[in-house]
Design a binder for this molecule. Sequence first.
Ligand SMILES: *Cc1c(COP(=O)(O)O)cnc(C)c1O
Length: 354
Amino acid sequence: MSRFFSEKYKSLVPYVPGEQPKTQKYIKLNTNESPFPPSEKACEYAKREAEKLELYSDPECSDLVKAAAEHFGISENEIIFTNGSDEILNFAFMAFCDEAHPAVFPDITYGFYPVFSALNNVPFEEIPLNDDFTVNVDAFCGVRKTVFIANPNAPTGIALSLSDIEKIVKSNSRNVVVIDEAYVDFGAESAVKLVHKYDNLLVTQTFSKSRSMAGARLGFGIANENIIRDLNTVKYSTNPYNVNRMTMAAGVGAILDNEYFENNCKKIAKVRDYTSEKLKQLGFTVTESKANFLFAKSGDIDGGTLYLKLREKGFLVRHFDKERLRDYNRITVGTKEQMDALLNAVKEIKEELR
Ligand SMILES: *Cc1c(COP(=O)(O)O)cnc(C)c1O
C-alpha cells in the first residue's frame, strides 16, 4: 500500500478471481467459462467492427438494446448493457444501497457481493443458507433491505422456483430486489417475465457463461424503466462508453444466433447431469445444480486435497477455503470428453489415497 491510498479503501479486501493459467497445460474447470467457442456470427460481427476502433462506442448501445429487447419481449427503455454483469451489480450497489438501505444476501453466494458492499461503504447482512444449501426464502421476505440473490446460486448451483422469487420480490416492495441470473440459461426459470408486474425487480444476466463470451465482458440488467434510468445515471457518471465496439457487435451476433446458444446450453445441461450421476457413483455428494458447474463433496477426500491432486493431474477446479464449503469443490462443466477425463482422474486419486 502506498502512503497515498485513501483512508476509505485501506481495509478493502478485493475479490479473488479464479486462476487464469498462461499455458495450455490445464483442463480449465475453475471459472465457469463455456467449453465451446463463441458463435461464428458473434466473431464475424466483432471482426468487422474492429476496423472502426478510432471511434467511440455508442453509449446507448442502440443496436444491442434493439436486438435484446426483441429477444426478451421488453421495451428498449427496460434494459441496460454493462461491462460484464459485475459492472451492473456494482451499479446496483451504488444506486440502490446506502446506510439507510443496507444490502442483504445469503452467507454462501457470489463472493463479489460483500466486496461491492465494502467498496461502496454499504452495510450488509448475510442470511445463512439452510443446512441443505437452499436459500431460506422466508428469511428474505419483508427484510426491508436491498436484496441480492443469485439464481441459480453460486457455488451451489441450486435454483429457486419462480414462485419463491416472486414471493421475495412481492414482500419487499419498498426495496429493490436484484436477481443475478448469471447461470439461468442452464436450467432455471428466469424472473424477466416478472419485470412488468413489479417495479422493484432488477434482473441481471451475462454473456460470459451461456454465450461463451467471458473475454468480451458483456452483461445487462432488465427492470422497470425508472430503475434503468437510475442505473444509467450511475453509468453516465462513471463511464458512458462502458461497452466497447467489438463487444457490442459480438453481442448482437450472439443474440441473432439463438439456435447455437440454445444447443450449447442443452449440451452442457446434459453433460452436467451425466457427470453428477457418475460422481455420485464414486461416492460423492453432489448438490442439484441447474448451472454449468457442479458442487461436489467426496466421501473420503477433503476438498483442499482433491483440488491439489487434480491440479497435479492437469485439472483446475475451484476450492473455497471457507466454513461449510471446505469439503467441496466447484467443477465447471466442460465437454463430455473433458468430464470423462476428470472422472478418470478422480478414480485414480481415490485409488492412490487408499
Ligand atoms: C460469473 C458471475 C457473474 C458475472 O460475470 P461477468 O463475467 O462479470 O458477467 C455474476 N454473478 C455470478 C453469480 C457469477 O458467477
